[in-house]
Design a protein around this ligand. Structure first.
Ligand code: SD4
Length: 291
């Protein structure tokens, strides 16, 4: 069996590329990296990689992570600027024994030393989008942070190895140096090849409060199907946040277990995701909150 599941429709081309690798006995590490790079490289996906959403200073600062579910190798970068493929830098960092999560200039220095491709990630389109948002915010018609998506994936290869990875520009107009859930293990992603993996998208500040990707893997380890685990984790976190804080941000999750069974849950009205398995060609679904 093999399988790969990802947040948002934007992942479907990447998932298709990864499917071919997985079908030909490719490794879950290489397949997930290929899939995420496809999203990072595509200029018109406006919240990941090239063309990503700028921060308050109109700079594109990116977060990304990679985890190997066999070895528990974890690597991540946060608030990194001017490098083309943050997920590949994160994957490279996962091979280090120490210094596996690097931020800002430190991450850039490492990437430069390791020969990763430098690139100005701020596009003309992103600049226009930023300037329009500044106007909208000034006119008070819209919140600065609305409209952002993260690509998060879980992958299973034919040898039973599982991986998880994320990549994002985070919240639109975020403060310089702000880090979301996506590069934080257990929050934006988690995977254990003996059980399964999960990944999150939505309001990082709230997703982190539930260590929600870890929570889903923990529920699957207790025997829950990925669908039940996602639903329980999202519902429980939303309920807790509302009880204790009065509101909950957007929470959307995907998961896959080590049999290739998958699940999703969300507390928003429309959440798209892409999935492919040995039994199912790449397909995009739209799901919504269930009360
Ligand atoms: C973050 N969770 O930086 C990311 C953003 C995201 O849908 O997933 N948006 O908080």
């Amino acid at each position: 069996m093999w399988g790969i599941i990802a947040t948002w429709r934007m992942a479907v081309e990447g998932i298709s590329e990864a499917s071919e690798l997985l079908e030909n006995h490719g490794d879950a590490g290489a397949a997930i990296e290929t899939a995420i790079r496809a999203v990072e490289d595509f200029e018109y996906y406006k919240s990941v990689g090239y063309g990503g959403l700028p921060n308050e200073n109109m700079e594109v600062e990116l977060d990304a992570a990679f985890m190997d579910g066999d070895t528990f190798d974890i690597g991540a970068v946060a608030a990194i600027k001017d490098f083309a493929n943050p997920v590949s830098i994160a994957k490279r960092l996962s091979k280090e024994k120490v210094n596996c999560l690097l931020v800002g200039e430190g991450a850039e220095k490492f990437a430069h030393q390791e020969g990763f491709e430098r690139k100005n990630m701020l596009t003309k389109r992103a600049k226009i989008h930023y300037k329009n948002r500044v106007k909208e915010v000034q006119n008070q018609t819209i919140k600065p942070y609305a409209g952002h998506d993260t690509v998060g994936m879980v992958c299973l290869d034919m040898n039973g190895k599982m991986t998880s990875a994320t990549s994002t520009s985070g919240l639109f107009m975020k403060k310089k140096g702000r880090v979301g859930d996506s590069p934080i293990v257990g929050s934006g992603f988690y995977v254990d090849s003996h059980v399964g993996g999960a990944s999150a998208t939505g309001l990082g500040e709230d997703l982190m409060k539930g260590c929600i990707s870890y929570e889903i893997v923990r529920l699957m380890k207790e025997g829950m199907h990925p669908q039940a685990a996602c639903e329980k984790a999202v519902n429980d976190l939303e309920k807790t946040l509302i009880e204790r804080r009065g509101s909950a941000g957007d929470l959307s999750l995907i998961a896959m277990n080590n049999k290739g069974e998958w699940g999703v849950a969300t507390n928003i009205e429309g959440f798209s995701f892409a999935v492919a398995t040995a039994l199912q060609k790449p397909i995009v679904y739209l799901t919504k909150r269930v009360d």
